[in-house]
Design a protein around this ligand. Structure first.
Ligand code: CP
Length: 327
């Protein structure tokens, strides 16, 4: 995420805006015809893997992918260096997710083509943060506000939540953000992030009280206990279900029109349920607007990386089938 400044973010968001007719299936383009995406996921994923693949396809390119580590030669001991050298011979861009922190950076240093981080362990998830910020900007703008002076409550597992880490770095680039960090003390956000946020002049309040933490926020960003990052399942179970947002908590403690976000997946099992299904019809629940926006952001990233953002319309035409409108 440290590669981004506000100018770069604005470029991505402008490109994302221009992708709406294509993500909406009103127009099709062949701008990436002949190009191949290596969609290399060595850790489980639904939305990041599929939306990166869809984004590439919507620009006219082909996708080759790995969806689990056991179907790749990494399971036989092949190094990131060798894997990157091989796969970059087959692909024009690679998206990679892996459970080890820093793995994507190591892979990228050996790759001959651009590599996008689709999530490396508990470190970072930058494309998620970009789509989250894009969503935040739209949601608060609809409510007459901007990202500067935002009040955001980040709730849950802030220690292992890589989407939170990347989002905090991005928001730090804006002015006068008020962060409320709601977590058990053991799952608090790392000091390095907090120091960076405070160093940039933002107010950061830490709390383990959900009701107080959500009461003066424009955005609630709820997260799942990242059980796959804990040393033992038993330890993860201790933290599940500690903070549960549902409609009655929302009605009692939140300001009207507070936006509810979550990077997803939410854990809907009874012992966790950090974001209750009874909020599904709440118009302030933005979680599926986030996932839709993910396609726009990922199309924008590809078009900028391959320098075709201003060529998308050259091969574009209207579609002839009926499709549901998304944006
Ligand atoms: N938000 C996110 O990364 O979801 P997936 O794990 O399904 O990709």
């Amino acid at each position: 995420m440290s590669q981004f400044d506000r100018h770069a973010i604005d470029q991505v968001f402008a490109a994302a805006d221009s992708m709406v007719p294509f993500a909406n299936r009103q127009r099709v383009t062949r701008v990436l015809e002949g190009a191949i995406l290596g969609n290399m996921f060595f850790e489980p994923s639904t939305r990041t893997r599929v939306s990166f693949g869809c984004a590439w396809n919507l620009l006219g390119g082909e996708v080759r992918e790995t969806a689990e580590i056991k179907t790749s030669a990494i399971a036989k001991g092949e190094s990131f260096y060798d894997t990157a050298r091989v796969l970059s011979g087959y692909s024009d861009v690679i998206v990679m997710r892996h459970q080890i922190e820093g793995s994507v950076e190591e892979f990228a240093s050996a790759s001959r083509v651009p590599v996008i981080n689709g999530g490396d362990g508990s470190n970072e998830h930058p494309s998620q943060a970009l789509l989250d910020l894009y969503t935040i900007r739209k949601e608060v703008s609809d409510r007459g506000k901007g990202v500067d002076n935002l009040r955001i409550a980040l709730i849950g597992d802030l220690r292992y939540g890589r989407a939170v880490h990347s989002l905090c770095k991005l928001l730090t680039l804006y002015d006068n953000v008020h962060f409320t960090l709601v977590s058990p003390p053991e799952l608090s956000l790392g000091d390095e992030y907090i120091e960076e946020m405070r160093g940039a002049g933002h107010e950061v309040v830490e709390s383990s009280d959900l009701q107080a933490g959500i009461s003066h926020a424009d955005i609630l960003y709820v997260t799942r206990t990242q059980e796959e990052r804990f040393p033992t399942q038993e330890e993860a179970e201790r933290y599940k279900g500690l903070f549960r947002l549902n409609q009655s908590v929302y009605t009692e403690y939140c300001e009207p029109n507070t936006v509810i976000m979550h990077p997803l997946p939410r854990d809907s099992r009874g012992n966790a349920n950090e974001l209750d299904n009874d909020l599904n019809e709440n118009p302030n629940l933005a979680i599926f607007r986030q996932t839709d926006n993910g396609v726009l952001i990922r199309m924008a990233l590809f078009s900028l990386i391959l320098d075709v953002a201003d060529k998308v319309e050259d091969t574009a035409r209207d579609v002839s089938w009926y499709t549901a409108k998304r944006f």
